[in-house]
Design a protein. Structure first.
Length: 98
């Protein structure tokens, strides 16, 4: 199965969207999400460098928020999930120029 070079980043972006949905629904832990997100190297390689910095910053915050009790972090985790969604939307705009 051979993909055109530009489809790998997009399929990774879709995969990231799926795991974010699982995180949002509580089907996935913050650390499991973070581990998966960090593996999308083709996606990150095809985006401007600052995207990697921003994503890793969000994942670091997500992981540290997960260390605290659920109650104290549920709000900040929801904010981080929203920020991750925004990151995915912007990355999609870069990968799929209109």
């Amino acid at each position: 199965m051979h993909h055109a070079p530009h489809t790998a980043p997009l399929s990774q972006l879709h995969a990231l969207q799926d795991v974010l949905a699982q995180l949002r629904q509580g089907m996935l832990t913050a650390h499991a999400f973070s581990d998966q997100a960090r593996q999308h190297r083709e996606l990150l390689a095809s985006l401007p460098a600052r995207y990697t910095e921003v994503l890793h910053g969000l994942l670091d915050r997500l992981e540290s928020s997960a260390l605290f009790s659920e109650e104290s972090c549920s709000f900040s985790q929801r904010e981080l999930v929203d920020s991750l969604q925004m990151w995915i939307d912007k990355a999609g705009g870069v990968l799929r120029p209109s």
